[in-house]
Design a protein around this ligand. Structure first.
Ligand SMILES: *Cc1c(COP(=O)(O)O)cnc(C)c1O
Length: 464
């Protein structure tokens, strides 16, 4: 480039700001974020508010003229961003927390600031290269074969939807086997894609809330007898309810025998494979034909980023599109056009934050953080077991999740206690239902959480 900025002065950009103003606002945002991160354990784990007052605070007349930036920032910070679940709070134990890390936040900001795009190789070589690198790093962490391909999407739901669409394009219509513990987003993906009720085979889980390999085998035999084609088994590696891991090796054997696709939903649980104990529990995930994991859960990334890892060629076979207006942004044979690996065309780089945080911390720190949570959940179980007259373990500690019940308490009483604790702001805890029984559930994946956080949360849930 032979353009000297001095020779080409630009008129003021209508939507521009002078550089001191950009810096002032930018630094104000950095300060606000860092200040919150330093004090997040002092804020409520979740803050709720009804639509009426919130819309009143944030709405109002369409702003035809410029409003002062400070006041707007303040409104966003104090009202919009305050009233939500704080998934990175050390006592946020509901659903699956989002303990995002600062290096990842920085990576995300950088990408937004440079308006990163990873749609095609010619139009986004750098971000696409970062995405390929990150996908291969994740592949290595999951021990999948070297020729595995992948794509980063908004989360586990989108990743599984993408996988199922691609596998159906490859293998045609057929029956899909899942369990009553499979995440609801997979059933939704199947029905959205037009699978019929007859093809969606939801099997009863075993007493440990795992898919039963025997019932899968039986269902396959029944379906073959009815002239239906078994197409895919969806195994869960870390169920959202209990952390239960389906018997992956047995399911993989069945899939191998019948030439059935093995899709593994490891959205929250797969990162446990970074640790020795988690790796033992997850043995077999390396045999997946496709595997989903959510870096915005247990790999400490801010929302959103989910990852699909899958056998080579399957995505492009389904999603390839090269209309005339995209011909000049089509990579050559050796290049990857990520628009051809999923539903999105224009897509930002979700890889930068992963790349930057994996490099900044090193994988060893990720392993340590995950290991710590697995142990802390075991600590929670041990603490509950110290008071057997009060607490009953409904599902033991499994890769970061434990479910328990207060003896003699009704379902409503459990719900009331979980809600009261969440409303107090001290911690956010939810209930779930397991084989008809209501249980309190903790998902413990935040490396900030302490033993005192656990014991105090349990004590508050159990108090008279
Ligand atoms: C969270 C989760 C999902 C859904 O992922 P999103 O990122 O929320 O779309 C799917 N499966 C499991 C097991 C999960 O824990």
């Amino acid at each position: 480039m032979d353009v000297n900025p001095k020779d080409r002065p630009y008129p003021a950009d209508t939507l521009g700001m002078d550089s001191s103003e950009m810096r002032r606002l930018g630094y104000a945002v950095v300060d606000a974020v860092v200040q919150r991160l330093e004090n997040k354990h002092c804020e409520p784990a979740i803050a709720a508010k009804d639509p009426g007052p919130l819309l009143e605070l944030l709405g109002g007349a369409l702003p035809e003229d410029a409003q002062p930036a400070e006041a707007s920032l303040e409104l966003l910070i104090d009202s919009a961003l305050f009233y939500q679940q704080h998934g990175d709070h050390p006592r946020y134990f509901a659903r699956v927390p989002g303990p995002s890390s600062f290096a990842a936040i920085i990576g995300e900001w950088l990408g937004v600031g440079f308006n990163s795009i990873a749609a095609s190789w010619p139009g986004g070589a750098g971000p696409s290269a970062v995405e390929l690198v990150v996908i291969d790093w994740l592949r290595q962490l999951m021990d999948l074969p070297e020729d595995t391909e992948g794509v980063l999407v908004s989360g586990g739901s989108q990743a599984s939807l993408t996988a199922i669409a691609a596998v159906r394009a490859l293998k045609g219509q057929g029956c899909v086997y899942l369990s009553d513990q499979t995440h609801a987003s997979l059933v939704r993906a199947l029905s959205t894609l037009g699978f019929t009720q007859q093809q969606i085979r939801i099997l009863e889980s075993d007493p440990q809330h795992r898919m039963s390999a025997q019932s899968v085998q039986e269902a396959i035999t029944v379906d073959q007898g009815r002239g239906l084609k078994p197409m895919m088994v969806i195994a869960t590696a870390g169920s959202t309810n209990t952390g239960a891991i389906d018997p992956i090796n047995e399911l993989a054997d069945i899939c191998l025998e019948h030439k059935i696709w093995l899709h593994i939903d490891g959205a929250y649980g797969a990162p446990a494979a970074l640790t020795d104990s988690g790796k033992r529990c997850l043995d077999g995930i390396q045999r997946a034909d496709s595997l989903v994991l959510d870096p915005h859960k247990w790999l400490f990334q801010p929302y959103d980023v989910g990852c699909l890892l899958i056998r080579p060629g399957v995505l492009e076979n389904c999603f390839n599109m090269n209309p005339e207006y995209l011909k000049d942004v089509q990579g050559n044979e050796s290049a990857t056009d990520f628009r051809n690996r999923g539903f999105e065309l224009t897509r930002r780089s979700r890889a930068l934050k992963l790349w930057f945080s994996l490099r900044s911390y090193g994988v060893a720190k990720f392993r340590k953080a995950i290991d710590y949570s697995i142990e802390l959940t075991e600590f929670a179980e041990a603490y509950l077991r110290e008071s057997p007259q009060r607490w009953e373990i409904i599902s033991p500690a499994q890769i970061g999740i434990i479910c328990f019940a207060l003896r003699g308490a009704s379902p409503e009483e459990h719900e009331r206690r979980a809600q009261a604790l969440s409303e107090s702001g001290f911690a956010c805890v939810t209930t779930t239902k397991l084989k008809g029984r209501t249980a309190l559930r903790l998902c413990i994946i935040n490396p900030l959480t302490t033993q005192a956080d656990i014991t105090e949360t349990i004590d508050r849930l159990g108090c008279e």
